[in-house]
Design a protein around this ligand. Structure first.
Ligand SMILES: [Zn+2]
Length: 54
């Protein structure tokens, strides 16, 4: 994990560069601002999944 100090565009907090199964992402540790640099390569990771309501 890489840290970018005071790199958050929203709150100027510290942003952590990390990755998960969807690819790389940067998340602000202070406000939770999330950036996915390669968003066009990844299928929407937080797409709402429709569940059959019983
Ligand atoms: Zn922030």
């Amino acid at each position: 994990m890489t840290l970018y100090l005071k790199a958050c565009p929203r709150c100027h907090g510290d942003i952590a560069l990390d990755d998960d199964q969807f690819g790389r992402y940067m998340e602000c540790l202070q406000c939770g601002f999330l950036v996915r640099p390669k968003a066009e390569d990844t299928p929407s990771p937080v797409a709402p999944r429709k569940t059959a309501a019983a």
